[in-house]
Design a protein around this ligand. Structure first.
Ligand code: HEC
Length: 114
């Protein structure tokens, strides 16, 4: 009987932690305000700017400044999802869903320069 309770307790702890993991990562409702300076720009700099900046405007896109990113927001999200645009970063793999979601939220929150 002791063993049964031990396994039961361990099992429910495992089950509970897995359930929580599935809920936490993506903020589907965009509940928190996305910061351009602290979240959007670092994502762009880490994944896109090396090929999309003045002097290296691949495909004609400079994605290194607020104005450029704001004006090309639809192309950026389209390319991250391979939706109407070639998949970016070029050659893949696609960025994690949670990263793409941050850019989507920033757009739906009015592309603030915050
Ligand atoms: C290793 C270099 C490289 C990286 C990194 C890169 N791109 Fe590109 N990108 C290119 C090249 C080269 C083209 C032009 C492709 C062509 O004309 O076939 C392009 C084209 C594009 C286009 C136009 C695609 C179309 O179908 O018209 C968009 C939008 C774009 N990139 C956005 C991004 C975004 C957003 C990121 C970061 C998530 C990114 N790129 C990362 C090299 C890169």
């Amino acid at each position: 009987m002791k063993h049964f309770f031990f396994i039961f307790t361990l099992g429910s702890m495992l089950l509970f932690s897995c359930t929580r993991d599935k809920i936490t990562p993506i903020d589907q409702q965009c509940n928190s305000t996305i910061s351009f300076a602290n979240e959007v720009l670092p994502i762009m700099e880490a994944n896109c700017v090396s090929c999309h900046q003045p002097g290296n405007v691949s495909g004609g896109y400079d994605l290194s400044t607020y104005n450029a990113i704001s004006e090309n927001a639809n192309a950026i999200i389209g390319s991250m999802k391979a939706n109407g645009y070639q998949l970016m970063p070029i050659g893949g793999p696609a960025l994690p869903d949670s990263t793409i979601q941050k850019i989507s939220c920033w757009i739906s929150q009015g592309k603030q320069d915050n």
